[in-house]
Structures are given as structure tokens and as C-alpha cells.
Design a binder for this molecule. Structure first.
Ligand SMILES: [Fe+2]
Ligand SMILES: [Fe+2]
Length: 394
């Protein structure tokens, strides 16, 4: 009788019952691989976000996709006010809850993950929330997002684990979901810290700019409201003219500094109640040059448009403006936009020499000066943004 020299190579074919556990494991591994690949892709798009708003949106959609959750919320801890806050999905509205409220609150205060397979049979779940929203919560998974030292920065919360076919899975989230959520929260914490710092920096820059610009306008009895409004008009005009968003952001930051050169004009000229004489006008017309000098060669990209705006915001489309008499498109676009936005706000505001004009009257005056003082395309764009203007004005 022949014996098999290699007993391991037997002719025995395993039955499908014997294979089942291996197939199940193989499927589980495939699923794991698929979700890890997705996690890596999501980590890349998370790292690319520089504002806290866009980052929160990205994190919410990443949580939903990765955990097959019906809904997700990402809360951030606001230690100062003892609150958790978040953005309503794809909206601008912020929601705030006390730091110890609900499931998210316990995760924030204990730093421990919570997984609830059946919310209605768990005393920690407050059914009032569902009653208010009309939503039916089945399962909940909530994990802390911690920074390096272990401090809780926020909470990831996912509701209702779905099956592949979109139905709610009984039994809720499993340990794999919990691990993926912790992985995601770990990746997100660095991005969140950076975005918060970035936001702080942006706010600080903006604040400094408005205060500096207000110092110049203060001398001229203008207000910081004028600066905010004219910067908003400039922003909306630029968007209407289909300029890229990063350029628009630079324009909005630079626009309030248009008159910073007035710091160099004597008070007696700036605040003279009557008409200026020729010598005084000559002095007044220096302010774009002073402004250009103050803002010369800005080291930050974000301030790059401020020099040209200060220098050229009194140039006229027909070449009759000051200080250089540039004509048409020789005048940089940013200065042409600011010229219209600035004039429009002056027209609709009260000045010592005039009452505030109505929106209609201000637009008529711009129309009359179209092609002489102002770039015709920008005055036309102004007509197209009347609804947005009304929101700022009223
Ligand atoms: Fe000016
Ligand atoms: Fe102004």
C-alpha cells in the first residue's frame, strides 16, 4: 500500500462547513482593508483643511462614511465657557450644549468611549432629543478626540450604524467601528489644533488691521462700520466678478486699509468744515502715496493687495483721478473694486456735508459716474448684488 510521502498534502478536500470560518475571516479582512484604505484617503482630505468650519464638515462626512453611520456630529470643547459646540451639518449655525450634557458630555468629561447598541434601553440616553427632532436613535458610538497630553479637545458622535443596504443594523456599532472612530479622532486632533490656531491667527490679523485702519479713519471721523461694510461690498463684488476665493480673502483683508495714509494728512486739512483750498487739496491728495509708503512690500501674502489698494483707490477709469492719473485697466482691479465699494458706502452713509442717500440714489450716482470715475463692469456688478447689499445695509 502506498503511503503519502507528505501527509500535509492529503487529497482531503475541506467541506464548505469547514471552510466557512476561514471565508468569514477573509471577508472580515477584506472589509477591514477597504475601510483602512478609506481611512487613509479621509486622513489626507482632513489634513488639507485650514479653517475650522471646513474641517468640521470634512470630519462629519468622514465619520459617516467610515463608520457607516446614519448621522454624525463632531463637538469641540470650549473650556472657557464650559460648553461643547458644533456646526449644524453643512450650515453656518453653531449649536452649543453644556459640557456635561448627554452622551457627548460624558465622553468629554471622562475621556472614555461610549458605545450604546440600543439607545432606548439605556438610561444614559435622553429620549427628549428625539422627541424634539422627530429622529429615532437606535445605536450610538461616541469617542473622545484627545491632544498629545491626553486633554479632550472634542467628541466624535455617530448615530445609527447602517448595514451595507442602508437599513439600521441591529446590535449597533462593533469593536471595529470603535477602533476606526478612535483612529479617525486621533488623526483629527492635530488638524483641529492647527485649524484652531490658524483661525486665531486669522482673527488676530483681521483685528489688528481693522484697529490700525480705524486709527486713520478716526482722524477723519469715519467709523469702523464703514470699514467693515466697504470690505464686505468689495468681497461680494469680487465674487460676482468670479475672482478666485483666495484672492477674495486677500482683498477683504486689504480693503479696510485703503485710507491708512490719512494718518499723514494734517488734522486741519482732514477736519476742515468748508471747502479745501488748492494747497490743502494738494495735501489731501498725498494720502494714497502715504498709504502706499506705509504698506510698501508687505511680507505676508495675505497683505499683498493692501499696497496697490492704498495707492490707486482714487484713480479714475478715464484717467482723471489721482495721484498718478492711471487709466482703465492700468488701474489694478483690486483698487477699481475698492473705489466703487468705498464710494457706495460713503454715499449711503451720513457725512458732515450730506445726509445718507437711499440705495436707489446711491446706485444712480454710481451709474452716472460709470465709465468716467468708475470701471463700468464693476458698477454693473453692483446692480447684480443688490440683494446682498440690502442685507448689509438694513
Ligand atoms: Fe482715500
Ligand atoms: Fe473709505
Amino acid at each position: 500500500m502506498k503511503t503519502d510521502p507528505n501527509p500535509a498534502r492529503s487529497d482531503h478536500r475541506p467541506s464548505s462547513e469547514e471552510l466557512n470560518p476561514y471565508l468569514a475571516e477573509l471577508n472580515a479582512l477584506r472589509d477591514w482593508k477597504k475601510r483602512l484604505t478609506l481611512a487613509l484617503q479621509l486622513a489626507k482630505s482632513i489634513a488639507a483643511q485650514t479653517t475650522i468650519d471646513s474641517l468640521l464638515n470634512e470630519l462629519v462626512s468622514a465619520t459617516q462614511k467610515l463608520l457607516l453611520a446614519d448621522r454624525a456630529t463632531v463637538f469641540l470643547v470650549d473650556q472657557k465657557n464650559g460648553e461643547l459646540w458644533s456646526k449644524v451639518a453643512a450650515g453656518t449655525q453653531t449649536i452649543r450644549i453644556p459640557i456635561s450634557a448627554g452622551i457627548a458630555g460624558s465622553v468629554a468629561t471622562t475621556g472614555e468611549l461610549i458605545s450604546i447598541p440600543d439607545a432606548y434601553s439605556d438610561s444614559r440616553f435622553n429620549q427628549e432629543v428625539d422627541k424634539k427632532t422627530g429622529y429615532r436613535t437606535h445605536s450610538i458610538l461616541a469617542a473622545p478626540m484627545k491632544e498629545n497630553q491626553g486633554k479632550v479637545l472634542g467628541v466624535f458622535q455617530a448615530l445609527n450604524r447602517l448595514n451595507e443596504d442602508g437599513t439600521v443594523r441591529s446590535g449597533g456599532f462593533d469593536h471595529l467601528d470603535a477602533e476606526l472612530m478612535q483612529l479617525l479622532a486621533g488623526q483629527a486632533s492635530v488638524a483641529v489644533e492647527n485649524a484652531l490656531l490658524y483661525d486665531q491667527l486669522r482673527l488676530a490679523t483681521e483685528d489688528t488691521i481693522y484697529r490700525l485702519a480705524a486709527a486713520a479713519e478716526f482722524k477723519d471721523k469715519d467709523t469702523s462700520e464703514h470699514l467693515h461694510r466697504m470690505a464686505r461690498y468689495s468681497e461680494i463684488l469680487a465674487r460676482k466678478l468670479e475672482m478666485p476665493e483666495d484672492w477674495i480673502a486677500m482683498l477683504k483683508l486689504a480693503a479696510p486699509m485703503h485710507d491708512i495714509g490719512k494718518i499723514g494728512v494734517p488734522d486741519a486739512v482732514l477736519n476742515k468744515p468748508g471747502k479745501l483750498d488748492a494747497a490743502e487739496w494738494k495735501e489731501m491728495k498725498q494720502h494714497p502715496i502715504y498709504g502706499g509708503e506705509i504698506l510698501k512690500n508687505p511680507s505676508a501674502d495675505a497683505l499683498i493687495l493692501s499696497e496697490t489698494i492704498a495707492l490707486y483707490h482714487h484713480e479714475w477709469w478715464n484717467g482723471k483721478g489721482y495721484p498718478y492719473g492711471l487709466k482703465g485697466e492700468e488701474i489694478p482691479l483690486e483698487a477699481r473694486i475698492v473705489a466703487v465699494a468705498d464710494a457706495f458706502d460713503a454715499l449711503t452713509s451720513k457725512r458732515v456735508y450730506k445726509p445718507p442717500f437711499s440705495l436707489e440714489k446711491a446706485l444712480t450716482i454710481l451709474e452716472e459716474e460709470k465709465g468716467t470715475h468708475f470701471d463700468p463692469a464693476i458698477v454693473d456688478a453692483m446692480q447684480d448684488i443688490i440683494p446682498e447689499i440690502k442685507e448689509i445695509l438694513f
